[in-house]
Design a protein around this ligand. Structure first.
Ligand code: GCW
Length: 679
């Protein structure tokens, strides 16, 4: 409505807030009150309807400008922003919202908090109208909320412009160069700030020759990108190649204990900070899938990570060192090697050896972003290390943005997982999100596609990641409703309900028609789209299901298998070990079982495979029907793009269903108890 908004404070981020209010006022009516009127914002007989400011800025002048009606809300907000008892004063990124006497006040801890507070009002417009509301204090659970781009500067012959990107080209690069026009990046920065993201790594963790040069020759270009993010409180990070001293510096070694190597990195870091004073730090994939690393010199990953950490420390930067280290040249005949064990085996022994500014970044599961995996045991094994949990927003293994797959519920389960159980007396154990003292990171799903994410509904995953990184305890279904409300403004309740219906259960639907009970993969090697049950079975990648005529699954028990269950603390080491206690949805991740094994659900493994695959396909049919009802009730282009992708999803789900059912029928010889068509 025609709100009169006063913004107080100074600095880049406060200016951003002013610009936003000015823009919103000119589109929706209302007015930004500033010094231009009569020296105060107070004109005629009433002051501001909305007051936004950083805590430090509310002196007498600002209070006078806000007008007498704002006093009650302002006093209350300031009190809640302050310290009390064992409560600390509001941090820089925190904000307080209060509404009294018809005035809404947002107090930001500092510029970032003010920015987040403003977006909070846009998300919950009811805070701008209606009756008073007691002050609410909001602060992020994690200081580091990061998106990683797997964007290449130069188009890679196999992986293209964006590795595992399903939304067109890169918003930063165009075949070999940083884009001259970064306006798309500006919109992206604003979008990310609105979800609460505050860090972005702008290049692929697989750092090829062209991309390596971002660290040296192209620093001016990196600075241009950083400039785009700065007004939105987002710091830029670079993925770097561990062999940079050789590749870029002409040295003969990149041994972390070599003094010349150390000096090279110290110099490199100093140069980066001269170009980008608020640079965030480095992301490193080392000794993984062909990337260079410390192993070449007989050093370990603490030596490697500390090398970079020491170079960055004087400037306030951090190293995100990825724990995704495993043998990708495994012999499938070798049953003693278990890829799931690798991250823990490499990293848990190093706990306590990392510098303070090292963050070990751990994929949420022990394998690789499958539709269902247990939570990585590394997250409970390194109490003296700052860990970050890495999620995958880009849908590499979850339908590649051709399928609807809302991942909020999955991430919520992961972040709420309690590695030490919930305690016999009901006292909660520690949640994974509390262990992640290095914050959350996720691979972005955004490209230069007109809908940003290829599938318009995949935007919800980007949104949910930001929201859950800020507050891991949020209900993912409510987060979905927030996204629907923001994306389809003005839509009626029935439209919202239909979109919700299509999306909310879509992760479990995807699971239903793909690899069963946590066994994973079964995708086409290389691009990872569509079914290929034995595609990886005899390869070097360590991703096997071991199906034969009698049964299926990976024996990861201590008693008879790879011993992976022993990487968990109690009670999970025992729950997962026990065939009787292991949750159905993870059964084939932990156990090799006969097809006739009876699940907790009461059905057999083989019948469960048939049932879930038929059900999954039917769920997609219902999603598509439901979507049809939205024709003409939401923007046509969005409707059409989603409809077209649902067609593809339907065909793909059918293919998954029939291949999986046929495969297991042929292996087991057990017919479907319901007599459905199996080929
Ligand atoms: O999931 C796998 C992907 C690779 C990726 C790798 C990683 C960037 O298939 O494309 O490489 O994970 O996380 O490093």
């Amino acid at each position: 409505g025609s709100k009169r908004t006063l913004v107080v404070g100074s600095g880049v981020l406060v200016e951003t807030v002013r610009d936003e209010v000015r823009g919103a006022s000119s589109s929706y009516g209302g007015r930004l009150l500033d010094g231009d009127d009569d020296g105060s914002g107070h004109d005629g007989d009433h002051g501001a309807d909305v007051v936004l400011g950083t805590g430090a800025a509310f002196g007498d002048d600002a209070r006078a400008a806000a007008g007498p009606e704002a006093k009650a809300a302002l006093d209350e907000a300031m009190a809640v922003a302050g310290s009390a008892g064992d409560r600390e004063p509001l941090g820089r990124e925190g904000f307080v919202v209060a509404r009294r006497a018809g005035v809404t006040v947002v107090v930001g801890g500092d510029g970032p908090g003010l920015l987040y507070g403003m977006f909070h009002l846009l998300r919950f417009p009811e805070l701008l109208t209606g009756p008073g509301r007691p002050a609410e204090r909001h602060e992020p659970a994690h200081d580091l909320r990061m998106l990683d781009h797997w964007d290449n500067v130069a188009v890679h012959p196999v992986m293209g412009q964006v590795e595992r990107g399903y939304a067109g080209g890169s918003i930063f690069y165009d075949d070999g160069e940083v884009r001259a026009d970064l306006s798309r990046g500006e919109q992206y920065a604003r979008l990310l700030a609105a979800t609460g993201i505050n860090r972005v790594a702008i290049n692929n963790v697989n750092v090829h020759a062209r991309e390596a040069r971002l660290l040296t020759e192209d620093l001016g270009e990196v600075a241009r990108i950083a400039e785009v993010f700065r007004p939105w409180s987002i710091r830029v990070h670079l993925s770097v190649n561990f062999a940079s001293p050789i590749v870029l510096g002409g040295l003969e070694t990149s041994d972390p204990l070599d003094e010349k190597v150390q000096a090279w990195w110290a110099d490199a870091a100093a140069r980066v900070y001269r170009a980008v004073p608020d640079f965030g730090g480095f992301v490193v994939k080392a000794d993984s899938e062909g990337q260079p690393g410390p192993f070449a010199y007989g050093r370990d990953h603490a030596d490697g990570a500390n090398l970079l950490a020491r170079a960055l420390a004087p400037h306030g930067g951090v190293v995100h060192w990825r724990a995704f280290v495993y043998n990708h040249r495994q012999d499938w005949r070798d049953r003693s090697t278990d890829r799931a064990r690798a991250a823990y085996d490499h990293f848990a022994p190093l706990d306590g050896r990392f510098e303070d500014n090292v963050i070990v970044q751990v994929k949420h599961g022990p394998m690789d972003f499958q539709v269902r995996e247990p939570v990585s045991p590394v997250l409970a094994a390194m109490p003296r290390t700052r860990l970050a949990v890495e999620l995958q927003v880009t849908q590499e293994y979850t339908g590649q943005q051709k399928h609807v797959c809302y991942l909020g519920p999955y991430w919520s389960e992961i972040l709420r997982f309690r590695p030490w159980g919930a305690g016999a007396l009901g006292s909660a154990g520690i949640a994974v999100s509390d262990l992640a003292r290095g914050g959350l990171a996720a691979v972005s799903n955004v490209g230069d596609d007109r809908f940003w994410t290829g599938h318009p509904l995949a935007q919800a995953n980007l949104y949910a990641f930001g929201r859950l990184a800020w507050e891991p305890e949020l209900d993912p279904s409510a987060v979905l409703d927030e996204w629907i409300g923001l994306t389809f403004p003005g839509a009626d309740d029935a439209v919202r309900a239909s979109v919700h219906e299509v999306m909310d259960g879509s992760w479990r639907t995807y699971e239903n028609y793909t690899a069963p009970m946590g066994v994973g993969f079964m995708v086409r090697p290389g691009h990872h789209y569509g079914p290929d049950v034995d595609g990886y079975e005899y390869t070097a990648w360590g991703t096997y299901h071991f199906a034969d005529r009698d049964g299926v699954g990976v024996d990861r028990t201590r008693a008879t298998g790879t011993g992976f269950t022993g990487q968990y603390p109690a009670p999970w080491r025992d729950i997962y070990e026990s065939l009787a206690q292991c949750p159905d949805e993870l059964l084939l991740f932990f156990h090799h079982v006969p097809y006739g094994h009876v699940l907790h659900s009461g059905t057999t493994v083989i019948q469960h495979i048939y049932d879930t695959h038929f059900a999954g396909f039917e769920e997609v049919e219902r999603m598509a029907e439901r979507w049809e009802t939205l024709k003409g009730r939401i923007p046509d282009d969005v409707f059409a793009r989603v409809a077209e992708r649902l067609d593809e999803q339907l065909g793909s789900a059918r293919e998954w269903r029939d291949r999986l059912c046929t495969y297991f029928y042929r292996k087991s010889g057990v017919p479907d108890a319901c007599g459905r068509t199996i080929y």
